[in-house]
Design a protein around this ligand. Structure first.
Ligand code: ADP
Ligand code: MG
Length: 614
């Protein structure tokens, strides 16, 4: 009997494999652009016709290929990027499977022109439907030009799957934007039907983060200028570098969340959620933050080989990544929120012991090449603190001279020091409205604090610190008094004795149901101790079956809620200042312990929206 199994001809095998790699014009485009980036191109031009279905022409000034490689690059599993299975664990280039060109050429008509710098003439290779048509020498600039015509011309079924030209074009444009974001040092131009759609210059000079910020503004518009928060964090396992859009430039869809892992763009629901969670309470419902974050970690911890388009990856410690990412983003947001005062002396005064808590070490933007705090800023003593010190322009690395956004040649590095930043602080303006909200102008708009929510945050974190140190600040009562409890409550109080002590309660269990209260936490209002102890017991009862950590959190929350300044309390200007300073010392200043926002910022956008004429 005839054998039934036979090996497919290579061209046919490639055509089948193409279905995985090349689902639509934009996925082919992505592969071509990645090849240009891998080849070290400084400038990449893309010319599309018919949304890429008719023509997709990518021209780069990268390394180019010699005559032999120019032919063999169309072979399946032909790659210059990995040699052995071990290399799979250390993939740092974007391509590695050596199947993109084979797959694309299997379902289109390809013309390649390429030349290496050391060669006098270049090579032209034509392949149609995976069949080699011809090779000849050609005069061509150094680099590679690859024109892909009539994608899927020999796979009508696939052609039928394509969406409308507008949709396909949108995907193609997004592909260019995403890759352009990942390599700010590379210039890009995109044309569709000979119309220039996008042009971003190669960014030269500055730090990597500055280059990225400039690329964001060039790509997505000048609304992002001054609205980007730098972020840089290194752990032994993971490095995170990138920028966040401020809450003022929130997006209405998830489309503008860019996560790159070892340079490769990925979509990762859980990690994206980690960032979103850090923005909790800061964004209007149903909106999303903008971010472009680059995670680098040892490639052995990442499996990029799980999906044909390489846009999904697996991490060996996903939960760890989630929490690091969330923490780092939260910290960067806190820094941003306290930026109005962080450059001036108040924090310095705080660190000198005016307030009890130590200043958390700030490692995100401070100290990196981002910010450039002016050493000449006068130090203010707490008593003479004159209100919000404006964010000096020198701390805004995105400042650059107004100039056309789409430049054809890179201008010089924008000056980062704006003379306005050295101006004296305006006189303090802080006032309370509706007996509850503290209003303050910011250099970027207006800030409104909810005094109760803010105070709860302060007290909550202080209580947590008391647990950590085991020694809360206690105020000894001048007249210790006894409080009666039910036998059940008394039992719980005894169980909680050490936690309560840590919070600052000094209790003596007398005979019977009486407890002598000698001291209470420094933060609570005298007279409220009975109510607070009752609260603590009730909450603890709910949570006693759960983790002790949760019980402590509940204690801290209840203490904060019971002791916070009530809405309706008039505050003096000094009290308002004290509250704000303490708030911005918190680890998570922007949300109250229950997740409500402590403050609202209104930026230019918001004002313009509200005053807009229809
Ligand atoms: P991979 O990128 O996975 O190696 P491809 O099929 O995309 O596989 O490309 C095959 C090979 O062709 C690459 O490894 C590279 O050596 C070469 N190549 C492709 N495009 C370019 C380019 N624009 N410039 C220089 N070399 C290229
Ligand atoms: Mg490739």
């Amino acid at each position: 009997m005839e054998p039934r199994i036979h090996v497919l001809p290579e061209a046919l095998a490639n055509k089948i494999a193409a279905g995985e790699v090349v689902q639509r014009p934009s996925s082919a485009l992505k592969e071509l652009l990645e090849n240009s980036i891998d080849a070290g191109a400084k400038r990449i031009e893309v010319r599309l016709k018919g949304s890429g279905s008719t023509l997709m022409h990518v021209i780069d000034d990268g390394s180019g290929m010699g005559p032999e490689d120019a032919v063999s690059c169309f072979r399946r599993h032909a790659t210059s990027k990995i040699q052995s299975a071990e290399d799979l664990d250390a993939i740092l280039t974007l391509g590695f499977r050596g199947e993109a060109l084979a797959s694309i050429a299997a379902v289109s008509q390809v013309e390649l022109r390429t030349r290496r710098a050391e060669e006098a003439s270049g090579t032209r290779v034509r392949v149609e439907g995976g069949e080699w048509i011809g090779t000849e020498p050609v005069a061509t600039p150094v680099g590679t030009s690859i024109a892909v015509r009539n994608l899927f011309y020999n796979v009508p079924a696939r052609r039928a799957f394509l969406k409308t030209p507008a949709t396909e074009f949108k995907h193609a444009q997004e592909t260019v934007e995403t890759l352009a974001l990942s390599v700010p040092r590379v210039g890009f131009a995109l044309y569709h039907e000979d119309v220039e759609i996008l042009r971003v210059p190669a960014i030269e000079g500055g730090t990597e983060l500055e280059a990225l910020a400039e690329r964001v503004v060039d790509l997505f518009g000048k609304e992002f200028r001054d609205q980007l928060i730098p972020l840089e964090e290194e752990t032994s396992y993971l490095t995170i570098r990138g920028i966040l859009g401020t809450p003022d430039v929130y997006r209405r869809s998830r489309g503008e969340q860019y996560l790159f892992v070892n340079g490769r763009f990925i979509r990762h629901r859980s990690l994206e959620h980690g960032v979103l969670a850090a923005f909790q309470g800061l964004l209007p419902d149903g909106t999303y933050p903008f971010f472009a974050l680059f995670l680098s970690l040892n490639p052995v911890h990442v499996d990029v080989n799980v999906h044909p388009t390489k846009s999904e990856v697996k991490f060996d410690d996903e939960r760890g990544m989630y929490s690091v990412l969330q923490t780092v983003v939260r910290r960067a947001l806190s820094l941003w929120a306290r930026a109005p005062i962080s450059e001036g002396a108040p924090l310095q005064a705080l660190s000198e012991g005016i307030f009890a808590a130590p200043i958390p070490q700030v490692s995100a933007s401070q100290g990196s090449s981002w910010s450039n705090p002016s050493p000449s800023r006068p130090r203010l003593e707490p008593g003479t603190y004159t209100g919000w010190v404006p964010e000096p322009a020198s701390a805004l690395p995105f400042e650059r001279p107004q100039e056309p956004l789409l430049r054809t040649s890179p201008a010089s590095i924008p000056s980062r020091v704006n003379p306005e930043g050295t101006e004296a602080a305006p006189t303090s303006i802080l006032f309370q409205v509706l007996d509850r909200y503290i209003v303050s102008p910011l250099p970027t708009g207006l800030m409104v604090l909810d005094q109760t929510a803010a105070h709860e945050r302060v007290l909550f974190e202080r209580a947590r610190q008391s647990f950590d140190s085991g020694m809360g600040m206690s105020q000894q009562l001048l007249f210790p008094h006894t409080v009666e409890f039910s036998p059940g409550d008394l039992e719980l109080l005894k169980e909680l004795k050490s936690d309560l002590f840590a919070l600052g309660f000094d209790l003596d269990f007398l005979s019977g149901r009486s407890v002598l209260v000698r001291g209470v936490p420094a933060d609570i209002r005298v007279g409220a101790e009975r109510a607070i102890l009752g609260d603590l017991i009730a909450q603890y009862r709910d949570l006693r079956t759960k983790l002790s950590l949760k019980a402590r959190e509940a204690l801290a929350r209840s203490l904060a809620r019971r002791s916070a300044i009530a809405p309706g309390t008039r505050l003096s200007e000094q009290e308002m200042r004290g509250l704000i300073e303490q708030l911005f010392q918190c680890e998570t200043p922007l949300v109250a312990p229950d997740g409500r926002p402590t403050l609202i910022r209104m930026g230019r956008d918001e004002f313009e929206r509200r005053f807009a004429r229809s």
